[in-house]
Design a protein. Structure first.
Length: 321
């Protein structure tokens, strides 16, 4: 059984007999679609941006046709369905393969009704500026709601970003020209590096990994980064919520509901971005998000305890720089 099928079955629930699996599965799918279509998303204000945002956004990279060559039709259909379901936060980056190009095919249809975010991994002013211009062209828009410095990981990168002719100058110029509305920082390697970025510049948002395996890592993001973000009213967006599905494998968490519930119950997290492999999985994710209720501390500890033996596998992305 594939990881995708396993995940979907966990979300929908199993049945003992083959006939009832088919029948109840179809019924649950219809019910899930009704919830996804007709129920309003819970919303939270994204920090100092003062924008009220649905708690689930659409990720533009990873296990999704949005970042895979030769899957344009699927990617466009996925983006349109996400908008129909009430998703407003659309995440992409200059380095996400065809993701910006694919989204650019549909962005003009609902540009004024979404929160459009992209990223640059360049650390110098000219390089970042070049990527911003390319992102705007690919996305078929004249502005971004959020532009982020992508996967900042080292002190050397920080020094370059904030030096003369560093990428922070591109952010300042882009804001002054109305090309971007908000600025952000992202990373999944070292929480102390990102906390230092917040101390150096008033970024509006931060995109960081927040999942149930985080407490077991030697350098957890939640205690090391979240206080800095809360003190500055930074809008925090959680990524790696199901850890590319690794948290949803048998014997770990009991479905996407626990994964999402944990991330969104961390104080100071305002929304999550999660990629979808296809429209059916997107609808499952939306159904779960629309039924979200904050978890208590004891429940969060119970969920985190399930990852105690497998946390290294579920935080594999911490090695990325």
């Amino acid at each position: 059984m594939s990881e995708k099928t396993t995940r979907r079955n966990v979300l929908l629930g199993g049945a003992a007999m083959a006939g009832s699996v088919i029948g109840s599965g179809l019924l649950d799918r219809r019910r899930g679609r009704d919830v996804a279509d007709n129920t309003a998303f819970p919303e939270r204000v994204l920090g100092r941006t003062e924008i009220s945002m649905p708690i689930l956004g659409l990720g533009g990279a990873g296990q999704t046709p949005l970042s895979q060559q030769g899957r344009e039709a699927e990617a466009i259909a996925l983006a349109r369905r996400a908008f129909e379901l009430g998703i407003r936060y659309f995440d992409t980056a200059a380095s996400y393969g065809p993701s910006e190009d694919y989204l650019g095919k549909v962005v003009p249809e609902f540009r004024d009704r979404i929160f459009l975010s992209s990223k640059s991994a360049r650390r110098d002013r000219d390089g970042a500026w070049e990527e911003l211009q390319r992102s705007l062209d690919r996305l078929n828009t004249d502005r971004l709601d959020l532009w982020q410095l992508h996967h900042v990981s080292t002190t050397d990168e920080i020094e370059t970003i904030f030096s003369e002719n560093g990428a922070i100058e591109a952010i300042e110029e882009a804001k002054a020209q109305g090309l971007i509305r908000f600025s952000g920082i992202t990373g999944h390697h070292n929480p102390d590096i990102l906390a230092e970025c917040l101390r150096r510049y008033p970024f509006d948002t931060a995109l960081i990994p927040v999942n149930a395996a985080d407490p077991h890592h030697p350098q957890p993001f939640i205690p090391a980064f979240m206080p800095e973000a809360r003190d500055r009213n930074v809008g925090v967006v959680a990524m790696k919520v199901p850890a590319y599905g690794k948290l949803l494998r048998p014997g770990v968490l009991d479905g996407f509901g626990e994964a999402l519930g944990y991330s969104l119950s961390v104080p100071g997290v305002h929304c999550c971005i999660v990629a979808a492999e296809d429209i059916a999985q997107l609808e499952d994710n939306v159904r779960v998000a629309k039924n979200f209720a904050p978890l208590g501390e004891a429940e969060m500890e119970r969920i985190a305890a399930k990852t105690a033996q497998t946390w290294e596998e579920q935080t594999f992305f911490r090695a990325w720089t």
